[in-house]
Design a protein around this ligand. Sequence first.
Ligand SMILES: Cc1cc2nc3c(=O)[nH]c(=O)nc-3n(C[C@H](O)[C@H](O)[C@H](O)COP(=O)(O)O)c2cc1C
Length: 362
Amino acid sequence: MSLRLRGVELRNRIGLAPMSLYRAIDGMPNDWHFVHYGARSHGTGLVMVEATAISPDGRVTPHDLGLWHENFLPAYRRLTSFIEDQGAVPGIQLCHGGRKGSRSRPWDGDIWIPEELGGWQVYGPSSLRFAPGYPHPQPLTHDGIESIKSQFVTSAHLAKLAGFKVLELHAAHGRLLHSFYSPIANQRTDRYGGSFENRIRLLIEVVQDVRTVWPEEYPLVVRLSCVDWVEGGWSLDDSVRLALVLRNLGVDVIDCSSGGIIRPLQKVTAPGYQVSFAREIRNHAGIKTAAVGLIQAIALLQHVVSSESADMVFLGRKMLINPQFALEALAVDSGVSDFIPQSYQRAYASLKTSPNEFIPEL
Ligand SMILES: Cc1cc2nc3c(=O)[nH]c(=O)nc-3n(C[C@H](O)[C@H](O)[C@H](O)COP(=O)(O)O)c2cc1C
């Protein structure tokens, strides 16, 4: 079942979830990204490129992708044009890591890199740090906020020039935009802190500014942490309220994730554990939603879409293990074969025949 978002048609409801590879050098995409995203453009409706920093200081690790200079454009264009040739729509998630930035990669220990060792100053709404082992962030000044907004705008403009057709703003997992709207991280007393209206202001202003450069015919997605999983934190009711505001500002889809603002979490995970967030926001804010999180069984994937709990499903870790998972899911689902690349069709046909079947000479 296809999905139309503004002027963009996704051939089906399956998206690759944004997942950082930590393989870039100075923000630049390379063959690792080309091969990884290229392989996952078979069968998927949408390929969402990982959290991509709007500035060097907005990176989480020194190996994050970036989009702050036009030098990056040829490498991204090669990627977007291959993804489109395979029939998927290329999307990109823009991110500022906020107070969780300047860290080594997970396999390098996920430890803080101080400035003298090549790291950078991290910023947040207040000086509260995320957890022990993380630096105390510098609270953003009003000038700093203006510069973050203009960096989002520049990156969105570059994303358009790079050939992306879907733009997602990363406002989840304790990244900068989430740290402003969550009362757990934001202790400001100015117009960006305190009340609900003040805490959502930075995200709202970024959305408004980005919408002025992101084409009218292309969809804008916002990933939210729909709950903070902690007493006194951001709640699902808050997310519904925020989604209503975002819908009226030209956001087309809420990508429904959760958590990441505090440790330890009171988080309970089970298959489809975030689907109810997507359903509630869809039903109460009247906006399209994407469900994500432990959707790994084909039957569950089909159920989320057919029960209209969400308009689409993002697949994460399952697609890291098996780049062809979307194709397999679609082949099971009423034998849809249109999306199978011709080069792979005999393999899928053989799934339905006996293992002893005659294999013709090549
Ligand atoms: C290796 C890895 C990298 C991730 N990087 C990002 C990211 O760049 N941006 C983001 O919003 N979420 C990121 N996530 C979260 C995924 O998008 C997804 O929400 C999460 O893995 C749950 O979905 P799953 O159970 O299908 O994996 C990452 C997850 C993994 C496993």
